[in-house]
Write a protein that binds this ligand. Structure first.
Ligand code: HSE
Length: 434
């Protein structure tokens, strides 16, 4: 007897959107463009049913009916018809309250809100677990790059030793311009602002706060422990000079703002700072505003994920993947959690060991190099190279050390600042990725 195939009607999934800016608008467009393809592939027909915005009268690139738009976000998270809530308003409140309400109402939640997750993520993950629903957040780290799902699912059985990420596009753009065009930090920042990468107040990007929030989320997912933004050691790129870039370039390094998470079973180290990356390392080739995440696993070895870390459509692509995942899980009566998050012992930066680059503005007189070298020696920091740049009042000493312990390096810097012949201690850069 011939088998008969009955075409199943796709299941309608109603999406409630909180915020309809750059990413929200792109999400509405993508859902429209991909609706049939998604239905064919997954059996799910997505419908953006409710959209909460601050100003319903505002002209938008996407058309939304008056029955869809509202200025009351609570009505979206309370709407019994809505299956999946997408939070794209950013910040901690009212996003936190709205997400908690949505979860308590049994809705799956998708968010791209790194600030929220890096500060009160544990509370939200617990609420999602209690309600037995998904809280997915692929877009919160590295925009369009699939990272959270690979870490959580594909690498669930992997001992992830270290993750090195270029997770801030604005700073990568600035450092690329400084490296390739010889621009100063301020010139490159102005260009990033003109192109719309950097905000008018660029602090969150250039001082590493954005990358630190992302590093906390990466560490939480990779190691299954609670890490918050405040646990992350953080330095930005505003004091990196074109001279630092040229000097480290001469020794075979490119300067990148790296988010580094590492675990050795004894604790978790999470830090963000400008780093000297060897030119042959794959991260050194990540230019312009691109992001990349390099994973070092015990069994898998080295992996790299590369792509757009920001922008409407790339970020909306990550959100859409989560919406589909959440809707499929819902249909199967299951959900994906992070499991019970343990409390991490956060390893202080002082325990780190690295090779270092130090730039010192010094008096140009006989004996200065010996005095400076003496301070390094007093703290057991061994010098690999030392040379003078400029003469007279422009004299600078560049020192590159062998591997040393951060605690000893910091003690060295403190004593160097007290030395009469040192006018100023400039950049301190660490080598990462050897
Ligand atoms: N401002 C961020 C960046 C994107 O420059 O990568 C949002 O996290």
């Amino acid at each position: 007897m011939a088998a008969t195939f009955v075409a199943m009607e796709p299941a309608v999934v109603k999406v409630g959107l909180l915020g309809c800016g750059n990413v929200g608008g792109a999400l509405v467009e993508l859902v429209d463009e991909q609706r049939d393809a998604i239905a064919d592939r997954t059996g799910l027909r997505l419908e953006v049913a409710r959209v909460a915005v601050r100003n319903t009268a505002k002209q938008r690139a996407v058309e939304l009916g008056s029955d869809v738009l509202t200025n009351d976000p609570v009505s979206v998270v309370e709407d019994p018809e809505v299956d999946v809530v997408v939070e794209l308003i950013g910040g901690i409140e009212p996003a936190r309250e709205l997400i908690l309400t949505a979860l308590q109402n049994g809705k799956a939640v998708v968010t791209g809100n790194k600030e929220l997750l890096a500060n009160v993520g544990a509370e939200l993950f617990e609420a999602a677990e209690k309600a037995g629903v998904d809280l997915l957040f692929e877009a919160a780290v590295a925009g369009g790059i699939p990272l959270i799902r690979p870490l959580r699912e594909s690498l669930a059985g992997e001992r992830v030793q270290r993750i090195l990420g270029i997770v801030n596009g604005t700073t990568n753009f600035i450092l690329t311009r400084m490296t390739e065009e010889g621009s100063s930090f301020h010139e490159a920042l102005a260009e990033a602002q003109e192109l719309g990468y950097a905000e008018r107040d660029p602090t969150a990007d250039v001082e590493g706060f954005d990358a630190a929030a992302k590093a906390a989320i990466i560490a939480t997912v990779a190691y299954g422990v609670r890490v918050v933004a405040g646990d992350v050691y953080r330095e930005g790129i505003s004091s990196v000079t074109p001279a630092d870039i040229a000097n480290t370039g001469r020794f075979g390094y490119v300067i990148k703002l790296l988010a580094v998470t590492e675990s050795d079973g004894d604790g978790v180290g999470v830090r963000v700072h400008p780093a000297m990356v060897p030119k042959e390392h794959p991260l050194a080739a990540v230019r312009e505003s691109f992001n990349a995440v390099f994973v070092e696993g015990a069994a898998v070895g080295d992996l790299m994920l590369y792509g757009r870390g920001a922008g409407g459509r790339p970020t909306a692509s990550a959100v859409l993947g989560d919406v589909i995942d959440a809707a499929s899980n819902r249909r199967r009566g299951t959900h994906a959690g992070l499991g019970a998050l343990g409390k991490a012992r956060i390893r202080p930066i002082e325990d780190l060991s690295s090779e270092y680059y130090v730039a010192l503005e010094v008096v140009d007189e006989p004996g200065v190099l010996a005095a400076v070298a003496g301070v390094f020696g007093d703290h057991r920091v061994s010098i690999n190279h030392a040379y003078q740049e400029g003469i007279g009042k422009d004299a600078r000493l560049i020192v590159i050390t062998h591997r040393a312990v951060e605690r000893d390096m910091q003690a060295t810097l403190k004593d160097l600042r007290d030395l009469d012949v040192v006018d100023r201690v400039g950049s301190l850069l660490r080598v990462v990725g050897q």
